[in-house]
Design a protein around this ligand. Structure first.
Ligand SMILES: NC(=O)c1ccc[n+]([C@@H]2O[C@H](COP(=O)([O-])OP(=O)(O)OC[C@H]3O[C@@H](n4cnc5c(N)ncnc54)[C@H](O)[C@@H]3O)[C@@H](O)[C@H]2O)c1
Ligand SMILES: O=c1ccn([C@@H]2O[C@H](COP(=O)(O)OP(=O)(O)O[C@H]3O[C@H](CO)[C@H](O)[C@H](O)[C@H]3O)[C@@H](O)[C@H]2O)c(=O)[nH]1
Length: 332
């Protein structure tokens, strides 16, 4: 029988793409999303329940009613800049919400979780490519909330036998190659969709936040990773957890590990703008503005651990393809 996977946050950008990958791999996804930022019509080929991970009674009901084998947990607020302005909103949803969810799992004997973590846990590291063992010194409350949940998973694994994998995504980008899904954050704060909105005339210009960073062209550098490649990584991580049941590891043993997910190549904000001009053929206006609070200068992944231990390899590593897929979705 297909394993049932509870997917909190499955109506969001990365979650909705992951549902397709889970279904294709033979799992039965069950989405729990409060639609604070997600879209009901992004939930394809999965059951849907509208609700909040902070609702303890609802979680008890769900774990009683469905034969849930594992949880793939995307539900969170995600904007680093907003987290600087309103940290309590982030601690409440991301930390208290996850605590509630993990407690419910422990109460109901559900032991496997794949968790959406982030490159933001590393803070303003000066390392050229970030490895998982670097110190976790987030420079914004968003990254701090994600690191707090990772600590909760690590400690609960040791004490309660939880088996958890944290996937530290770098910058998610692109859209489903078949055009079924894409990025629809509202309001949008992410660079690539905003740049494409400038190209399509939905906004007058793109603003570059900060041109005085110590990088090759003064703008921030990020490692963009295709959303479909992130989706595949979740299937691999889940498989890794289920494989433990067949291995020599005693089934009561807890497990926690974290993996970076990126392409290992950084692009500056200006380079993303140029890629978008190339893909769209539009020479849109660019404004230079002050730095945005909470932005590290450079975030580039060393993702060799995920390649080696999860057998994961990005299929669409080229920035130009990510931008092209996002552009096609915008013009669907
Ligand atoms: N987008 C990125 O580049 C990126 C990078 C690193 C990590 N992440 C993490 O990946 C996850 C998904 O990101 P995304 O870009 O798809 O964001 P998203 O906002 O599109 O998806 C998050 C989903 O969670 C839901 N949600 C939020 N709080 C909830 C709650 N209390 N109960 C139930 N549902 C709730 C929202 O309605 C939304 O559908 C997040 O945890 C985010 O922190 C994203
Ligand atoms: O209009 C804009 C929007 C963004 N940027 C810049 O573009 C870069 C990327 O910004 P995004 O908002 O697209 O992404 P972030 O790097 O801030 O954050 C994203 O990736 C992180 C991991 O690297 C987190 O996990 C987070 O949830 C996710 O939103 C930053 O330097 C930002 O200052 C601009 O110059 N102009």
């Amino acid at each position: 029988m297909a394993k049932t996977i509870l997917v909190p946050g499955g109506a969001g950008f990365i979650g909705s793409h992951t549902l397709l990958a889970l279904k294709a791999a033979g799992y039965q996804p069950l989405v729990l999303d409060n639609l604070s930022n997600g879209h009901r019509d992004a939930v394809l080929e999965a059951s849907f329940i509208q609700g909040d991970i902070r609702d303890e009674a609802l979680l008890d009901q769900l774990f009683q009613d469905y034969p849930i084998d594992a949880v793939v947990h995307f539900a969170a607020f995600i904007e680093a800049g907003e987290s600087v302005r309103d940290p309590m909103k982030f601690y409440d949803n991301n930390v208290a919400g996850s605590l509630n969810l993990i407690r419910a799992m422990v109460r109901h004997g559900v032991r496997k979780m794949v968790f959406s973590s982030t490159a933001a846990v590393y803070g303003d590291s000066t390392d050229a490519a970030l490895t998982e063992d670097l110190p976790k010194v987030p420079i914004n409350p968003y990254g701090q909330t994600k690191w707090a949940v990772e600590c909760m998973l690590r400690d609960t694994a040791a004490a309660e036998g939880l088996q958890a994998i944290a996937l530290r995504y770098f910058n998610a980008a692109g859209a489903d190659a078949e055009g079924r899904l894409g990025e629809r954050h509202d309001p949008e704060t992410h660079l690539i969709p905003l740049v494409l909105q400038a190209a399509s005339g939905q906004r007058d210009a793109i603003s570059i936040f900060g041109t005085d960073y110590g990088t090759r062209d003064g703008t921030c550098i990020r490692d963009y990773i295709h959303v479909a490649d992130l989706a595949t990584a979740h299937v691999k991580a889940l498989q890794h957890l289920f494989d433990m049941d067949d291995s020599d590891t005693p089934s009561e043993a807890g497990f926690y590990d974290a993996f970076n997910l990126g392409n290992g190549q950084g692009f500056s904000v200006r380079e993303v703008v140029e890629a978008a001009k190339q893909v769209t053929g539009v020479d849109f206006a660019v404004k230079e503005e002050e730095r945005r609070p909470g932005d590290p200068a450079v975030l580039v992944a060393d993702a060799s651990k995920a390649r080696d231990r999860l057998d994961w390899k990005p299929e669409t590593p080229a920035l130009i393809d990510m931008v092209a897929h996002a552009w096609r979705f915008m013009n669907r």
